[in-house]
Design a protein around this ligand. Structure first.
Ligand SMILES: Cc1cc2nc3c(=O)[nH]c(=O)nc-3n(C[C@H](O)[C@H](O)[C@H](O)COP(=O)(O)OP(=O)(O)OC[C@H]3O[C@@H](n4cnc5c(N)ncnc54)[C@H](O)[C@@H]3O)c2cc1C
Length: 604
């Protein structure tokens, strides 16, 4: 099996495949920067934290490397219920890629080759041959394509335009010809990155410190490092905005040079100044790039304005008067493939045995890439091993990974796609802490995790209901809080104002679990029990629709579907009725027509 690309998607894909017993070659432009963090030195956050925990539950590497090299942790969204808390770790950027590279290189069964894949030749019987720039080639059965922002990539800063997938690295120009010839629909997207500055050139007395937090679980269920490094909060002001407005005509975005669509939720500073013209100030998170690093990343002010403009406005930010810039912001515009040409296994519908993962599918972010890489890698490995291991498919109700993949393959994307909790309609059942309970069983069946890990999860599966049973059987007596007298601890915990840790205060001498993971899971289970029962009923209907497989239907033969509807269905080729119903623009009456057609076909 071959993985093309050594970014977050490629690394998880290759490692997953090796865990399943495949012989894997990973080809990447360079072999010393695997898992490079091309943008912010952080992993996780709201909803992205969920993806990292899901990668952990599926046996992936990102959570382990992150916890080894983290320099700060924060638990975001704490004002809401724990099901939507998101852990975010600030990491040492260079240490991350060093550790990931070392981990991959020491993995038996995984060979790393430095080079550019310029073409893929398709042979008979599903055989494939990847051709490298030097003329050498690699034969394989299945390929995961994880080339990130590199396809036909152009970088922009003011009037400067140059080829390259990221700062200091070349673009991949030739592979797109293969993809277009095969009939893949190619689109164009863009993203940007902010300037990096010398850490000791800033005046931190003019900024607000953002210290790390302790006392929560890390991605691998340990404790956060004690010595955490502060980040800082700075702000732009009217003077900064004036300089930006005066120079908009020098921005490649506003000159119309960039055609690709950028992320609306993560706009550049020039976009923010234009779109939110009445805001006097925008926040900048000043993030150290590592323990030893002398650099800071300026989260919130990505820009493609010319160097001299970036230099001028930076100096107007309080604390940045003497800032020494080591890399100016730039935008990158790149090709991506329409993910609606993929199945939920991330295998393409165009070329059998060719899987896609990461930014090439129109997503943005390390976590999104890593989670897709794992799914694509597992399925490609199973394919390469002759299909023995089955398929890894994750439902929308089973994980954020499932939500993301389903959104991509059914609805596609017109801007860089990132995860949000609001995308997950069953989010009350998808806490980051329950990822192992939701997904490790599947991972075990595929051979992605070993018996030891599965045993740990089996124990957790027993401990949570056991603990709930105990709370249900314990009736409160001898309490100062009269109104709780006679109620069970479970009934108390169901009330919004009580947390698991409050139960000790409710009744003296009770024996409660000391395990923080069990505590959170019990609390979620009790508080959301009613919701989960309702969700189960709703899901039953959806599962029924999912059982209606659509394979082989000629949509042009189905009466009662408009020409537009037929084209949409043909473009997406939904795998089942539920997916068909979710395609934007498909009407309920058209789903009904499809159902009737399928019944007739079955002779019912
Ligand atoms: C300038 C910039 C700004 C960004 N800004 C943000 C942001 O603000 N927020 C955010 O969430 N994300 C941002 N990202 C995106 C983030 O870096 C990616 O989402 C993430 O790294 C994608 O992971 P990936 O594995 O898909 O690809 P990448 O990490 O890009 O890795 C691609 C890999 O493929 C290899 N490769 C490419 N073509 C070939 C080929 N033909 N042959 C062999 N190897 C090949 C490359 O060497 C590289 O190892 C930004 C990226 C860039 C470049």
């Amino acid at each position: 099996m071959l993985v093309i690309g050594g970014g977050h998607a490629g690394c998880e894909a290759a490692l997953a495949a090796v865990r399943m017993g495949a012989q894997v070659t990973l080809v990447s432009m360079a072999d010393d920067n695997l898992g490079r963090m091309s943008c912010n030195p952080a992993v996780g956050g709201i909803s992205k934290g969920h993806l990292v925990y899901e990668i952990e539950a599926l046996g992936g590497a990102m959570p382990y490397i992150t916890d080894r090299v983290a320099i700060q942790y924060r638990l975001l969204n704490r004002r809401k219920g724990s099901v939507v808390w998101g852990l975010r770790a600030q990491v040492d950027r260079m240490a991350y890629e060093r550790e990931m590279t070392a981990f991959i290189k020491q993995t038996a069964g995984l060979e790393v080759v430095a080079g550019e894949v310029v073409d893929i030749e398709l042979g008979g019987g599903g055989r494939k041959r990847a051709v490298l720039d030097g003329g050498s080639s690699i034969d394989c059965r299945a390929i995961v394509l994880a080339t990130g922002t590199f396809l036909n990539a152009l970088m922009y800063r003011g009037d400067e335009v140059w080829e390259g997938g990221r700062a200091g690295e070349g673009a991949s120009q030739q592979l797109v010809s293969f993809l277009s010839e095969q009939g893949f629909r190619i689109g164009r997207l863009k993203t940007g990155t902010p300037p990096r500055v010398k850490r000791d050139s800033l005046d931190y007395s003019r900024m607000k410190p953002q210290p790390g937090e302790t006392g929560m679980l890390t991605f691998t269920f340990g404790k956060p490092v004690k010595e955490q490094i502060d980040c800082y909060l700075a702000n732009t002001n009217e003077q900064v905005h004036e300089i930006i407005k005066d120079n908009l005509d020098r921005s490649p975005l506003y000159q119309g040079k960039i055609e690709g669509v950028g992320p609306r939720y993560c706009p550049s500073i020039e976009d923010k100044v234009v779109r939110f013209g009445d805001k006097p100030s925008h926040q900048i998170f000043v993030e150290p790039e590592g323990r030893e690093s002398d650099l800071c990343y300026l989260n919130g002010i990505s820009s493609s304005l010319p160097q001299d403009v970036q230099e001028r406005y930076l100096r107007k930010i309080p604390g940045f008067e003497e800032a020494e810039v080591t890399l100016y912001g730039y935008a990158v515009e790149y090709d991506f493939c329409d993910p609606r040409q993929l199945r939920s296994t991330l295998e393409s519908m165009v070329v059998e045995g060719l899987y896609f993962a990461g930014q090439i599918n129109g997503t943005s972010g390390y976590e999104e890439a890593g989670a897709q890489g794992l799914v694509a890698g597992a399925n490609a490995a199973s394919n390469a091993l002759g299909g023995k291991r089955g398929e890894l498919r994750i439902g929308r109700e089973e994980g954020y990974t499932g939500v993301m993949i389903d959104d991509l393959v059914v609805k596609g994307t017109e801007e860089p796609y990132r995860m949000f909790t609001s995308r997950a309609e069953y989010r009350l059942g998808l806490s980051q802490y329950s990822a192992r309970l939701r997904l490790t069983g599947k991972a075990y069946q595929m051979g992605l995790v070993d018996e030891g890990r599965m045993d740990e999860v089996r124990k957790l599966e027993e401990r949570v209901p056991g603990e709930i049973r105990r709370l249900r059987e314990t009736r409160i007596k001898g309490t100062d809080e009269e109104q709780l007298q006679g109620y069970s601890l479970e009934e108390v915990l169901r009330r919004p104002q009580y947390n698991y840790s409050d139960l000790r205060g409710v009744m003296q001498g009770i024996n409660l679990s000391e395990d923080p993971l069990v505590q959170i899971l019990v609390e979620e289970e009790v508080k959301y029990a009613g919701y989960r029962r309702r969700m189960e009923r709703e899901l039953e209907k959806l599962r029924e629709m999912e059982r209606e497989r659509i394979g082989g239907v000629d949509f042009y033969q189905v009466e009662g579907i408009s020409t537009e509807g037929r084209e949409k269905l043909k473009g997406v080729q939904p795998e089942n009725l539920r997916q068909a119903a979710e395609i934007p623009g498909i009407r309920p009456s058209e789903i009904m027509a499809l159902m009737i057609h399928m019944k007739h076909r079955r002779g019912a």
